[in-house]
Design a protein around this ligand. Structure first.
Ligand code: FUB
Ligand code: ZN
Length: 640
C-alpha cells in the first residue's frame, strides 16, 4: 500500500527500486552468495534450528560456547528465534533477486519449524515453550517474547513481498492476532509492553502490508503505554515474586535502561540500551507520521538531536558503554573501549530514515550515510564470513573479527538484513515529487516515471541521473547535497544549472522528458576533522575523512606503535589505489612524523625527537581484514 501519511514523505518501496550494480550490489551479492550460507551453517551449529523442536534434549546450544550448559539448562539465548527470523528476512530478499533452490529449501525448512512450533492460539517462542511453558508473557522485561515476535513479523512481511508466498505471513499474522487479543487496556488484557522495543516496528510494517487497523492500534498502544505510572515492569516483577534487584545502578531509574522510566512523549534525553532506544524512537517517529502527531514527532526530534549532537562517534557508532550496551553522559566517547554495537547504528539508520520522511533535511541522510558506510559496514568482513559486534575506534590489536558471536549473534543477520533491503531507503515520494537521499546505482520507478542513478560513490563524487518517462511530466526532483560535499555542480542535458538548495536538498521543478540527463558532481576533498574538547579521548587528535568514509590507520600499513605517529595541521594526503583490497578501494597516503622511542627515562625536559614518515590510511569499514594489529581513527596531532 502506498498510503499518503498524515504529513510527510513516503519511502519508495523495495518493489519500486532496484539496486543494479556497483558498490552496494557487490555487497548484496557477497551477502547473498556467501554470508547467508555461512550464517545458516552457524545458526544450525549453534542449535537455533534444533531449538525450534521444543525438546529440552535438543535444546543444547553449541558445546563450550554456552554459559548455561553446565547448569544443564537453556542452550542459547532467549532471543534465538529472532536470529532465525532475521536470517529468513535476508534470504527472502535474496530470493527476490535470484532463484536459488538450495536457499529456498533452507527457507522452507525454517518456516516449517515455525509452523510446527506455533501453538493453536498463534503463540510461538522456542525458549518459553521449551523451558517455561506456563510463563508466557510473565517477564516481558527480560525475556524478549515480543521482540522475537517482531522479528518474525518483519521477516514474514518481507518474505511475502519478495516471494509472493504467504506461508510465513500466516504464521506471523496468527501470532500478531494473538498479541492484539492479549495486550491493551481492556479488562483481562496485559497492560504491558516489551523490555526490548522491536515489535512496534514490526506492527507498523504489518499494518502497512495488510491495512488492518488492529495492528496500528496495538503499535500506538505500545508507544503510548510505555513508561506510564505505575511502572509495568515493577508490577510485573512483583506479580512473579521476583525480588531480585534490577539495574539499580542505572542513573535515574532502572527502567531507563529500556526507555520505560517515563512516558515516551516526556523523554528529553536518550538513555539506556542503544538498540532499544533507536528501535523505539524509529517506531515512534513512524507513528507520529502516520497519525500526524506533532507532539510525538517533537519528542523524536529532541532525542535525535541529543544523540547526534553529543553521543555520536565520528564513525556513526552510538552507545559507547558495554555495561548497558548503551548511552552514558554527553561526550563520553572513549575510542578503544567504545561499544558502538553494529545493531545500534542500524537502529540509528532506521530512526533517521523515519525522520527524513517527516522533514526533508539532509542532516538525517548525512547521518544515515555515515552510519551505513562506517559503523555498520565495519560489522562484516570483506569476505562476508566474520563479524564485529562492537566497533571500537582504536585497538591495540586484541579486537578481532569473529566467525560467529556465539550465543548472541544479533548483529550479523541484522546487518545482512539492512543491506539486502537497502533499496527501500534510497528514495521518497510526495505527490508528484521524488527525493533522492542516497546515491546508489539503482533504478526507481513511480507511476511510469523512472530515474536511473549511476554513482562513483563512495570513492568518486560523480553522479548521473537519467529520466525515462512514458509521457513528459512536470515534477520536482530533490537531490540531497551531502554535508561532506564542500562544493557541487549540476548540469541538465549538458547545461549548467544552479538550483535552489533548501535544508540540504537541491530542488529542480520542470517538465521532464525521456532521455533527460542530470550530472551532479560532489567535491570529495580529504578532510582533517577536529573534535570538541569535551571528548577526552580525542584531545590533541585528528581524524581523516573523504566523502562519506572515515579512515583509520592500521599497524599492517604503518608499523607498530600507532601512537608514535603524528600529523601536522597541513598534512598533505592524497587518495591511493589499493589493488590488494577489494571494492576498487581507495586508501589515503600522506606525510606525518614518527616520534622516536626515547631512552632518557619516562619523563624528560625536551619533547621526543620525530622523523618524517609516510602515513597510510584505509576506510574504517575495511579494518581488521588482514594481519591482526593496532588500529586507530583518531591520530595524534603534531605539536610543532
Ligand atoms: O537483546 C537483543 C539484542 O542482543 C540487543 O539488541 C543487542 O544489544 C544484544 O544484546
Ligand atoms: Zn547486535
Amino acid at each position: 500500500m502506498n498510503r499518503s501519511t498524515g504529513f510527510g514523505w513516503q519511502a519508495l518501496r523495495r518493489g519500486q527500486v532496484t539496486i543494479q550494480d556497483g558498490f552496494w550490489q557487490r555487497w548484496r551479492d557477497l551477502i547473498g552468495e556467501t554470508t547467508l550460507a555461512h550464517e545458516f551453517e552457524e545458526l544450525r551449529a549453534d542449535g537455533h534450528l534444533d531449538a525450534m523442536l521444543l525438546d529440552r534434549r535438543m535444546h543444547r546450544g553449541r558445546a563450550l560456547a554456552d554459559p548455561w550448559a553446565e547448569a544443564g539448562y537453556w542452550g542459547g539465548s532467549v532471543f534465538w528465534d529472532s536470529d532465525l527470523a532475521k536470517w529468513l528476512e535476508v534470504a527472502s530478499a535474496r530470493l527476490e533477486q535470484t532463484r536459488d533452490p538450495a536457499l529456498e529449501a533452507h527457507v522452507d525448512e525454517i518456516i516449517g519449524l515455525f509452523e510446527q512450533a506455533q501453538r493453536p492460539d498463534g503463540y510461538v517462542n522456542s525458549h518459553i515453550l521449551t523451558w517455561r511453558p506456563h510463563h508466557r508473557f510473565k517477564n516481558l522485561r527480560d525475556l524478549h517474547e515480543l521482540y522475537c515476535a517482531g522479528h518474525l513479523i518483519e521477516a514474514a512481511v518481507v518474505h511475502s513481498e519478495a516471494t509472493g508466498q504467504d506461508r510465513l505471513l500466516q504464521v506471523a499474522r496468527r501470532f500478531a492476532d494473538h498479541l492484539v487479543a492479549r495486550f491493551g487496556r481492556e479488562p483481562g488484557q496485559i497492560r504491558g509492553y516489551c523490555g526490548h522495543p522491536e515489535v512496534e516496528l514490526a506492527l507498523l510494517r504489518l499494518y502497512d502490508a495488510t491495512e488492518e487497523r488492529q495492528y496500528l492500534d496495538l503499535w500506538r498502544y505500545f508507544i503510548n503505554e510505555r513508561g506510564q505510572s505505575p511502572n509495568f515492569f515493577e508490577q510485573e516483577a512483583a506479580a512473579r515474586l521476583d525480588l531480585r534487584p534490577f539495574r539499580q545502578n542505572h542513573p535515574g531509574s532502572p527502567y531507563a535502561y529500556m526507555q520505560a522510566h517515563e512516558p515516551v512523549r516526556a523523554q528529553t534525553k536518550v538513555v539506556g540500551h542503544a538498540v532499544r532506544a533507536m528501535y523505539l524512537f524509529a517506531a515512534a517517529a513512524w507513528l507520529a507520521l502516520e497519525d500526524g502527531d506533532d507532539e510525538l514527532l517533537a519528542t523524536c526530534e529532541r532525542i535525535w538531536q541529543d544523540v547526534t549532537k553529543s553521543k555520536l562517534y565520528i564513525t556513526g557508532g552510538i552507545g559507547s558503554a558495554s555495561e548497558n550496551e548503551g548511552f552514558t553522559r554527553d561526550y563520553d566517547l572513549p575510542n578503544e573501549n567504545a561499544y558502538a554495537e553494529t545493531c545500534a547504528s542500524i537502529g540509528l539508520f532506521l530512526f533517521g530514515h523515519r525522520l527524513l520522511q517527516a522533514r526533508l533535511h539532509s542532516q538525517y541522510g548525512d547521518i544515515m550515510e555515515l552510519a551505513l558506510y562506517n559503523n555498520i559496514l565495519s560489522g562484516i568482513s570483506l569476505d562476508g564470513r566474520s563479524f564485529f559486534y562492537e566497533n571500537p575506534l582504536a585497538s591495540h590489536g586484541s579486537h578481532r573479527r569473529v566467525r560467529w558471536p556465539w550465543w548472541c549473534p544479533c548483529c550479523p543477520p541484522n546487518l545482512a538484513r539492512l543491506i539486502s533491503s537497502l533499496s527501500g531507503f534510497l528514495y521518497s515520494e510526495k505527490g508528484q515529487s521524488i527525493a533522492i537521499h542516497h546515491y546508489v546505482n539503482s533504478e526507481a520507478r513511480k507511476d511510469g516515471f523512472t530515474l536511473r542513478v549511476r554513482t562513483g560513490l563512495p570513492y568518486a563524487g560523480n553522479n548521473t541521473i537519467e529520466v525515462q518517462t512514458e509521457a513528459p511530466v512536470e515534477t520536482t526532483l530533490f537531490f540531497r547535497i551531502p554535508g561532506w560535499a564542500t562544493q557541487h555542480t549540476m548540469t541538465i542535458n549538458g547545461a549548467e544549472v544552479t538550483p535552489r538548495v533548501e535544508h540540504g536538498y537541491a530542488m529542480i521543478q520542470r517538465p521532464w522528458a525521456s532521455g533527460d540527463r542530470i550530472e551532479l558532481n560532489f567535491d570529495l576533498p580529504i578532510r582533517m576533522k577536529f573534535c570538541r574538547f569535551e571528548v577526552e579521548a580525542n584531545r590533541g587528535r585528528v581524524a581523516l575523512t573523504r566523502g562519506p568514509l572515515v579512515y583509520c590507520l592500521e599497524q599492517v600499513d604503518n608499523g607498530a606503535d600507532l601512537d608514535a605517529l603524528t600529523l601536522p595541521p597541513d598534512a598533505d594526503f592524497a587518495p591511493e589505489e589499493r589493488p590488494d583490497l577489494p571494492d576498487g578501494m581507495l586508501g589515503l597516503v600522506g606525510s606525518g612524523f614518527r616520534e622516536q622511542v626515547r631512552d632518557d627515562g619516562l619523563y624528560a625536559d625536551e619533547p621526543a625527537a620525530a622523523q618524517p614518515t609516510t602515513v597510510r590510511a584505509l576506510p574504517y569499514y575495511a579494518w581488521g581484514n588482514r594481519e591482526p594489529g593496532e588500529m586507530q581513527v583518531w591520530i595524534r596531532r603534531a605539536v610543532r
